[in-house]
Write a protein that binds this ligand. Structure first.
Ligand code: AMP
Ligand code: GLY
Length: 436
């Protein structure tokens, strides 16, 4: 965990994505000390976990006091609050975009207008601040599916894919009536796009970009893309059907114009730009931009990254990404998420998790923790008595595996999944089986 040489790297977050980042950073020869705030019981095996409020000023104070050389922020919340700006003012190095650049994710209305200004392909849309106007607009459209999105950050709950105008109107009344608080006071109504989805992520230092291999999330809870949307029930990389030509088109028509556009508007983007895309018969269209790595896309992507992650993160922070290259394994990787009973709704906590040790020893498999906790032993239990691992979140674990082909990676994932159990465990049995 600590060696005398090397950098002190701090990862901010405590989900599966952060566990995968810590797992990858722990393999770097150049990382000396690795800390995670707040971390989780899985991360604790690889890094020192510190409990602190995820609040920019508290984190900057900790980083300063503990001589952190580089801070890596996993989720959008602190970025939208301006953690990168605060660290920069205090002379602290941080991987992640400024508050202004993070607006590409934190305001859907900004993102849509930005794409329009720069000719980036996306669904046609209108933005509204007043319910009456939004309802009038929806009524004026021909009958059919429509998508309603809250402007602000809503932890994946801000998008309603409505099958008809009446459902869209209901979503508008709901969102603009305050169901998500401030996030829904402004809304975007957009054209429904048919096709299949892929996530393309790129590192950027504000000028240059380094595009990662394609990944694919599986957002609906149930097999066959049925049931409610979740934070993501599994991910694969590469993605069947994503050709080199398609990746080149995404880079040329979406990623490069976005990075150049943000720089041109005085909001240079340094970090990971995530494009959530719908591949339509007319070509790729942006569904959303995120200002950070995806969860669970990061889990298979970190499995495939052969280069030292720290080298890339530092090149981004130092504005010399053009000088580095990344090597990616030709192997495939997949992640299957195990979720709590009731998720994405309310879920119980504290259910005992069995079989992790056996699953972890399978070759080519890693178990990334997302919502786990160590059970508190009975009072008076002797020090060192075996304390069990219990569920503590909606998404509990991300079982990740590699294989020469996607099929073999998935077979290993599901073999590991078969060894793990907790009461009410939910998971999809068709990750990576969607086809293109
Ligand atoms: P977002 O958070 O914007 O990625 O939206 C969440 C999910 O809603 C996406 O992964 C898509 O499945 C769906 N979605 C968003 N926008 C559209 C659209 N314009 N047409 C069809 N589906 C959409
Ligand atoms: N996997 C989608 C996200 O991280 O937003």
């Amino acid at each position: 965990m600590v060696t005398s040489h090397g950098l002190h790297v701090l990862v901010v977050g405590g989900g599966g994505r952060e566990h995968a980042l810590v797992w990858k950073l722990a393999q770097s020869q150049r990382v000396g000390r690795l800390t995670c705030i707040p971390g989780n019981p899985g991360i604790a095996a690889l890094a020192e976990c510190v409990s602190l409020p995820l609040e920019p000023a508290a984190l900057a104070g900790w980083a300063e006091a503990n001589q952190v050389d580089l801070t890596v922020v996993g989720s959008e919340g602190p970025l939208a609050e301006g953690i990168a700006d605060l660290f920069a003012r205090r002379g602290l190095r941080l991987f992640g975009p400024s508050q202004a650049a993070a607006e590409i994710e934190s305001s859907k209305a900004f993102a849509k207008a930005f794409m329009e200004r720069h000719g980036i392909p996306t669904a046609a849309y209108r933005a509204f601040d007043a319910l009456g106007e939004a309802l009038e607009y929806v009524t004026s459209l021909p009958e059919g599916p429509l998508v309603v999105k809250a402007d602000g950050l809503a932890a994946g709950k801000g998008v309603v894919v409505a099958t008809c105008r009446e459902q869209a109107a209901e979503a508008l009344r709901d969102l603009m009536g305050g169901s998500l608080g401030q996030a829904g006071h402004r809304v975007v109504v957009e054209e429904f796009l048919a096709g299949w989805e892929v996530s393309v992520l790129a590192f950027s230092d504000g000028t240059d970009i380094l595009v990662m291999p394609p990944a694919q999330d599986h957002k609906p809870l149930l097999d066959g893309d049925q049931g409610p949307n979740t934070g993501g029930m599994g991910a694969i990389s590469p993605v069947p059907g994503v050709t080199e030509d398609l990746m080149a088109e995404v880079e040329q028509t979406i990623l490069r114009p976005a990075i150049a556009g943000l720089a041109g508007e005085g909001r240079p983007f340094r970090g990971v730009l995530f494009a959530g895309l719908m591949i339509t018969p007319a070509g790729p269209r942006v569904l959303e931009f995120n200002c950070r790595l995806g969860d669970p896309e990061t889990q298979p992507l970190m499995f495939r990254l052969e280069s030292d992650l720290l080298d890339i993160l530092e090149a981004v922070v130092e504005g010399r990404l053009g000088q580095v290259d990344a090597r990616w394994s030709k192997e495939a990787a997949a992640c299957v998420v195990l979720a709590s009973e009731g998720y994405p709704g309310p879920y119980p906590k504290g259910r005992s998790i069995e079989g992790l040790k056996e699953a972890q020893t399978l070759p080519g498999v890693a178990v990334f923790h997302a919502g786990t906790a160590l059970a508190v032993g009975p009072e008076g239990a002797s020090e060192g008595s075996a304390l069990g691992l219990v569920t503590a979140g909606g998404r509990v674990l991300g079982i990740t595996a590699r294989g020469t082909r996607l099929d073999s990676a998935l077979a290993r994932c599901y073999e590991a999944v078969g060894l793990i159990s907790f009461e009410g465990m939910q998971f999809r049995r068709d990750i990576g089986r969607r086809g293109a």
